[in-house]
Design a protein around this ligand. Structure first.
Ligand SMILES: CCCCCCCC(=O)SCCNC(=O)CCNC(=O)[C@H](O)C(C)(C)COP(=O)(O)OP(=O)(O)OC[C@H]1O[C@@H](n2cnc3c(N)ncnc32)[C@H](O)[C@@H]1OP(=O)(O)O
Length: 165
């Protein structure tokens, strides 16, 4: 992504399946903020294959779910996925970049309703997604991860105003 209006956002965690740079099985999403939206350019490869030559629906779903996790930087709340729905509008070929854009559609109390759209560089929208995230506090994560890692997720700057290139 080289768009001048975008600001890079930090990964959720180095080992995150969606965005962690140190996860060898991950999607390695690089995510930026664009106003109140977040965007990533994902190119699925042979590790994400479903049918021959096409991305697996689960990989597409994982990319959407993780990108929704970046809307939390905009909302400035910690939340987790309660429900995720993906509309697979057209097959997603491997090796072709797709831009996914996500944002908050509406909020009711702890419930965050999120929307995303995935469009190829050829202009064809091949998938959309909706999710319900529920706001949680650190007690949600505390029993499962190292305390320092959990604290880091809650104390890091919500926005990192580093300009993309
Ligand atoms: C965070 C950085 C990493 C981001 C990575 C990408 C995101 C992820 O993958 S997160 C991992 C996957 N998700 C999870 O593991 C979450 C597992 N689920 C849970 O822990 C719990 O169900 C949790 C925390 C979401 C909600 O539990 P709980 O706090 O008991 O809330 P609960 O009372 O059931 O529901 C909360 C609200 O949502 C509403 N709600 C629940 N389900 C639905 C639904 N299907 N439709 C509409 N509303 C719903 C409830 O009515 C309630 O509303 P209100 O607050 O107005 O009364």
């Amino acid at each position: 992504m080289a768009d001048s209006t975008l600001t890079s956002l930090p990964p959720h965690h180095p080992q995150c399946l969606g965005c962690g740079p140190d996860n060898p099985a991950g999607l390695h999403l690089a995510v930026s903020r664009d106003g109140d939206s977040v965007v990533t350019d994902v190119t699925f490869d042979k590790r994400h294959r479903g049918a021959p030559g096409l991305a697996h629906g689960g990989a597409i779903s994982a990319a959407c779910d993780d990108l929704f996790g970046f809307v939390l930087y905009v909302v400035e709340e910690m939340a987790v996925t309660r429900r995720l729905t993906v509309d697979y509008l057209a097959p997603v070929p491997l090796g072709q970049p797709h831009r996914i854009t996500a944002g908050l559609q509406r909020r009711h109390g702890r419930r965050l309703h999120l929307e995303a759209t995935g469009t190829g560089h050829d202009g064809i929208t091949r998938f959309t997604a909706e999710a319900l995230f529920v706001v949680v506090d650190h007690h949600h994560f505390a029993p499962h991860g190292l305390e320092a890692d959990v604290q880091a997720m809650f104390t890091r700057p919500q926005r990192r105003d580093r300009k993309d290139r």
